[in-house]
Design a protein around this ligand. Structure first.
Ligand code: NAD
Ligand code: ZN
Length: 390
């Protein structure tokens, strides 16, 4: 089959690779009909994620049709149409039974590598390094899905792929980020990053009862989407002093809730800390560029909450933890427990409450994936979200 493979920094290629096979009786094989590129894939493309190997198949936002199931699979049959969550979870360990699917104790076959790095291993993820399982990803013609009775959600209506695909990741991710922000009715929420995740964070903040949403980015079409689809007030970090603006917009108190939907590759126009981060990352003295996290800690109102859906990789430098402690901030973060949100969010789509396809700006064949990665990373041609079809 054809699949998008990682070969090194800024080097992804569509290669011919062997078709996936059923390995465990709880596996299913899916023929992919639509598969998206995520901001998390950019951390791999930009070479920030350790334990990637040449030839690794990328992609963790897929959907398709079941073509084969293992002997133990009960809920799926060939012909079923499914969306596949990016988190691989067993459904029965200590964490899965609490609904903490991205912390699954059993799905990562390389748990020992992750344990050495993090103390304990999180769940395995599709197409996201050997430390997180070495699972082949879904930017391919076919995908092997482990624990097929636990992850995939069946789409029984005739909703098109575009409307349900983002249940695989970014819609639940935005929703969980807003939930983690502990929004109380009427709260002012500041959202850093108006990429695809930021857009779903904004939508979800309103669902949680926010009174005001202030969205921050510098890419004009992303800010425009936040303002039109998201009905957010917007700030451009190239032109605005974010701290000063947020203070003056909140009578000097600061936003009640701050959400970092940027993560490890933050830019910081002219700011000293961001220049230092970039220099250190360039010579491998540091992995992460946590400019947004620093700014969010500084801006957040006392006793407020910082929610972090943005992905960080390693050791973060110069985090103003003293400010966080003395201001009494709460931090919540994590890879999304996608399985927990699939059915409730599918209902919202089916009811017509939300149509997640508004973020799609580009639909391309899988063969064009290498160009699509560059376009998405470099924000060319108004690109906000790419959907590939194999
Ligand atoms: P993206 O790269 O398309 O968007 C990031 C946006 O942040 C860009 O528009 C960029 O201009 C903006 N940005 C950069 N520096 C900024 C700054 N200083 N202030 C404000 N905005 C700034 O990525 P995405 O797909 O939207 O994903 C966002 C983050 O969420 C990534 O880190 C991704 O890895 C992460 N993610 C996490 C999960 C999870 O389960 N927690 C799931 C999906 C994605
Ligand atoms: Zn993703």
């Amino acid at each position: 089959m054809k699949a998008l493979c990682w070969h090194g920094k800024s080097d992804v290629r569509v290669d011919s690779v062997p078709d996936p096979k059923i390995i465990d009786p709880t596996d299913a094989i899916i023929k992919i009909t639509a598969t998206a590129i995520c901001g998390s894939d950019l951390h791999l493309f930009d070479g920030f994620m350790p334990t990637m190997e040449a030839g690794d198949i990328l992609g963790h936002e897929p959907m398709g049709v079941v073509v084969e199931v293992g002997a133990a699979v009960k809920k799926l049959r060939p012909g079923d149409r499914v969306v596949v969550p990016f988190t691989i979870s067993c459904g029965s360990c200590f964490f899965c039974s609490k609904g903490l699917y991205s912390c699954c104790d059993t799905s990562n076959p390389n748990a020992e590598i992750a344990r050495k790095a993090m103390g304990q291993s999180p769940a395995g993820l599709f197409g996201y390094s050997h430390m997180l399982g070495g699972f082949a990803g879904g930017q391919a013609e076919y995908l092997r899905v482990p624990y097929a009775d636990v992850g995939p959600v069946k789409i029984e209506s005739d909703l098109p792929d575009d409307k349900v695909l983002f249940l695989s990741d970014i819609f639940p991710t935005g929703y969980m980020a807003a939930e983690n922000a502990e929004i109380e009715p009427g709260d002012t929420v500041a959202v850093w990053g108006c990429g695809p995740v930021g857009q779903f964070v904004i939508q979800s903040c309103w669902i949680m009862g926010a009174g005001r949403v202030i969205a921050i980015d510098r890419v004009p079409e992303r800010l425009a989407m936040a303002a039109t689809h998201g009905k957010a007030e917007t700030l451009n970090f190239d032109n605005d002093d974010i701290y000063e603006r947020l203070m003056s917009m909140t009578d000097g108190r600061g936003p009640d809730r701050c959400i970092d939907a940027v993560g490890t590759e933050a830019h910081g126009t002219g700011s000293f800390d961001a220049i230092l981060d970039k220099a250190k990352a360039a010579v491998m003295l540091g992995t992460d560029r946590p400019h947004v996290l620093r700014q969010a800690i500084r801006c957040c109102r006392k006793a407020g909450t910082i929610s972090i859906p943005g992905v960080y990789v390693g050791l973060l430098d110069k985090i103003p933890f003293g400010a966080a402690v003395n201001k009494g901030l709460t931090f919540k973060m994590g890879q999304t427990h996608v399985q927990r949100y699939l059915r409730p969010l599918l209902s919202r789509i089916e009811n017509g409450e939300i149509d997640p396809s508004f973020v799609i700006t580009h639909r391309l064949p899988l063969e064009k994936a290498p160009d699509a990665y560059k376009m998405f990373r470099d924000k060319q041609d108004g690109c906000v979200k790419v959907v590939l079809s194999p």
